[in-house]
Design a protein around this ligand. Structure first.
Ligand SMILES: Cc1cc2nc3c(=O)[nH]c(=O)nc-3n(C[C@H](O)[C@H](O)[C@H](O)COP(=O)(O)OP(=O)(O)OC[C@H]3O[C@@H](n4cnc5c(N)ncnc54)[C@H](O)[C@@H]3O)c2cc1C
Length: 288
């Protein structure tokens, strides 16, 4: 199918893009990699009056480290993230998760900003934003604001970004050196969206440990599994504690049934994948 008729703009600066957003008053869409937006337009599920193509705004594509944070311009391609030595060194959980996003040609076009703004509950990047306590920077006519994952993601494909705002930067704190981590997911075919995914990170602090567990695909927004994390922080990282945390994880999620899987199946996957992710994360923590 072909998209409905639309006007096309290719601004050279963020300011021009914002002025166009304001001019169209919610009737325009920003075009990043087009990997989600173009299929929606081709199926006529989205019919924007205009596309504001961000691909000519070179200043929106970068990866740099600044004061313990890794900053990504919104138009940074997923492929650039996947092959960035800085990301592998400072954010290995993000690097591992990126390799699970679709296929290489999709990652060559798809952007970090587009993925977060699209807010697909099964996508890897929203879970990573939550797991690493990152923020996005949104810019609009009233200036800039920073939003954490719980402020950004509202529901399926829905964020708190206003129609006149755009995402300009993503900031992720560098992971502590030596942290154990793993991103585990299950999808029907290689490259498909995950039915459920789990981001896990474990950090040792003397005799104690802290843990991070966040879901993808097990509800409308990424879910931080705090009570499962607490089991590990209280009981340690033994096999028994991992099993208990995985069982608790399955109780904490509220997945829906859809054409891909039932709620019960997603709940069971949450348990299985939490266990797998934690075992791999602990293995890395212990240098295995
Ligand atoms: C076959 C296939 C398999 C895929 N598998 C996966 C997968 O396994 N995991 C996964 O996470 N994704 C997957 N994707 C989606 C892909 O990763 C997209 O890159 C991503 O969802 C959207 O990024 P994009 O840059 O292409 O954004 P676009 O498609 O250009 O835009 C998506 C939405 O975000 C908005 N937007 C874009 N940039 C901004 C911005 N800076 N500020 C505000 N709003 C903005 C757009 O207006 C649009 O509404 C798949 C896609 C395909 C086609």
């Amino acid at each position: 199918m072909k998209p409905a008729r639309f006007a096309y703009h290719a601004p050279a600066t963020v300011e021009e893009a914002l002025a166009l957003l304001t001019r169209y008053g919610g009737e325009a869409k920003l075009l990043a990699g087009g990997q989600s937006l173009m299929p929606l337009m081709n199926f006529r599920l989205a019919r924007p009056a205009a596309l504001i193509d961000l691909n000519a705004i070179a200043s929106l594509a970068y990866i740099r480290e600044d004061d313990g944070q890794i900053r990504f311009g919104a138009m940074t391609r997923q492929r650039a993230i996947e092959f960035s030595p800085l990301v592998w060194r400072r954010l290995p959980l993000l690097a591992e998760a990126t390799a699970l996003v679709g296929h290489l040609p999709i990652r060559t076009r798809g952007t970090i900003g587009g993925s977060l703004a699209h807010a697909d509950p099964s996508a890897e990047y929203p879970a990573i934003l939550a797991a690493l306590d990152g923020v996005v920077v949104a810019r609009g006519p009233r200036g800039e604001r920073t939003l954490g994952a719980s402020e950004l993601f509202q529901s399926y494909l829905t964020t708190s970004l206003g129609p006149d705002e755009m995402l300009v930067e993503v900031r992720l704190p560098a992971m502590p050196a030596g942290a154990g981590f793993a991103f585990e997911e299950f999808s029907r075919r290689h490259g498909d969206f995950a039915i459920v995914g789990i981001a896990a990170m474990v950090i040792r602090q003397g005799d104690a440990c802290t843990a991070r567990l966040v879901t993808a695909g097990a509800g409308p927004v990424p879910t931080r599994l705090r009570q499962a994390e607490e089991i590990l922080e209280r009981e340690g990282l033994s096999d028994a504690a991992i099993e208990a945390a995985a069982r608790r994880a399955a109780e904490l999620v509220e997945p829906d049934t859809d054409i891909h899987a039932s709620a019960a199946y997603r709940r069971n996957l949450t348990r299985v994948l939490t266990g797998r992710a934690l075992r791999r994360a602990v293995g890395r923590l212990e240098g295995r």
